[in-house]
Ligand binder design. Structure first.
Ligand SMILES: Nc1ncnc2c1ncn2[C@@H]1O[C@H](COP(=O)(O)OP(=O)(O)O)[C@@H](O)[C@H]1O
Ligand SMILES: [Mg+2]
Length: 400
């Protein structure tokens, strides 16, 4: 039996090449069959056509609407397995995730959505606004939240339009500049101890120490003990909860940890950063997890779930800790976490060795050099090749 995985890609070359290599080296999986992988092209599609793919990994639909609509069609009509539900993961909208997390009792900082600064481009606006827009006092809204605060687009990504606002002058400057973007004002978590960024791929989560003030290549620190075991579990649980709740299986989540409190700030990243030059040490894990989860979903005939169980989650009561424990059970049931680990243990044990050999060998080094060459100016290439070789060498040493 042959199964086909489709990749819906934009400009990335690094992880897709890695994924293709590893999936091909994996060979036939016991009781499951063989896997092929291909890159999907964009062309007219008949809504009644049957796709050839068993599973599609999407990196494009958050900004390119034609393939987005194709994803909805193959999800709705053909049961193709998608890692993120196209119905809840449209764009990178944060608002719905904030609402869900607040209702679920998570410690999201206070957040207000303010109306557009500039009118949306619609001929009905002038009449509607004159009739129904209530004048509001931006200073008063900000005073209620308290400074410092963040002003950021409700559907943001990649820090576009995000500003730290410390006083009234900055508030008005940021709002004036927001133009036609719809903005949240959100209380800043000040003086946090650590920024934990977790990347979830199916039932696996990697929690990484993130340093937002560093340049791109140094944002993820290699640090295995920056959170206590209890806080680490809490961060994993929150990520798994939000992902299970919305049917997201390839997502990154940002939490600010201050003392004993975990504050989620950004939980909807439809196209999480998995670049080799960002993840470096963690890149081989991400590729393995993508391969494992894809093979598990196809191999066990896991059914894509487009329906939501919101009621089940909202019915959970008790203290914060009790609720988290109950959410974790619901989320683990959704992700079939135990079954997944059994599957990896019984069918995919050889993957570790395949990836270790590959990362330690010349093919991976070529990918690394090509990626650095495509990413950095010529004058910086040697330095960055050495930098990333060092980090991946460390991973090989730690994993050997
Ligand atoms: N409430 C907050 N408290 C502290 N820092 C924040 C807060 N909101 C955003 N930030 C900072 O701004 C960055 C971008 O905000 P985020 O909500 O993650 O937007 P994006 O989707 O563009 O990544 C975060 O990584 C963090 O450094
Ligand atoms: Mg973010």
């Amino acid at each position: 039996m042959r199964h086909l995985v489709g990749l819906l890609l934009g400009t990335e070359q690094d992880w897709p090449a890695a994924f293709e290599t590893v999936l091909r080296r994996l060979g036939p999986v016991k009781g499951v069959g063989e896997f092929d992988v291909e890159r999907i092209t964009i062309e007219p599609f008949d809504l009644r056509d049957s796709p050839r793919h068993d599973l599609v990994i999407d990196r494009l639909a958050y900004w390119y609407y034609h393939p987005r609509e194709w994803l909805k069609k193959i999800a709705m009509m053909d049961d193709v397995y998608l890692l993120n539900s196209p119905f809840t993961f449209q764009s990178m909208e944060k608002q719905a995730a904030y609402c869900a997390m607040m209702r679920l009792g998570l410690k999201v900082p206070d957040t207000v959505l303010v109306p557009y600064k500039n009118p949306p481009d619609n001929t009905r606006y002038a009449y509607t606004a004159a009739r129904y827009n209530r004048p509001f006092d931006l200073d008063e809204v900000a005073d209620r939240i308290g400074y410092p605060l963040f002003m950021k687009p409700y559907d943001g990504g990649a820090w576009r339009g995000v500003s730290l606002v410390r006083d009234r002058a900055e508030l008005h400057r940021a709002y004036d500049q927001s133009g036609e973007m719809l903005m949240h004002l959100q209380k800043a978590v000040e003086g946090y101890d650590v920024f934990a960024r977790s990347l979830s791929i199916g039932a696996e989560t990697m929690v990484m120490r993130f340093r937002p003030d560093e340049p791109m290549h140094a944002r993820y620190a290699v640090d295995h003990e920056f959170l206590s075991p209890a806080l680490g579990e809490e961060v994993v649980t929150i990520g798994r909860l939000v992902n299970a709740f919305f049917r997201w299986e390839f997502n990154s989540c940002e939490t600010l940890v201050k003392g004993a409190d975990v504050h989620p700030i950004d939980y909807a990243n439809a196209c999480p950063d998995v670049a080799l030059t960002s993840l470096h040490y963690y890149f081989p894990w991400a590729i393995k997890a993508l391969v494992r989860w894809s093979v598990f979903c196809v191999g066990t005939g896991r059914r894509p779930r487009l329906d939501l169980d919101t009621r089940e989650y909202f019915a959970v009561t008790g203290s914060y800790e009790e609720r988290l424990a109950a959410y974790r059970r619901l989320a683990d049931a959704y992700f079939e976490t135990d079954r997944y680990h059994d599957f990896c243990e019984s069918r995919l044990r050889h993957l570790d060795e395949i990836v270790l050999d590959w990362v330690a060998g010349p093919d991976f080094d070529r990918l690394l050099v090509d990626t650095v060459t495509a990413t950095y100016p010529a004058a910086e290439r040697d330095r960055f090749v050495a930098h990333f070789r060092g980090l991946l060498g460390l991973w090989v040493k730690d994993s050997g």
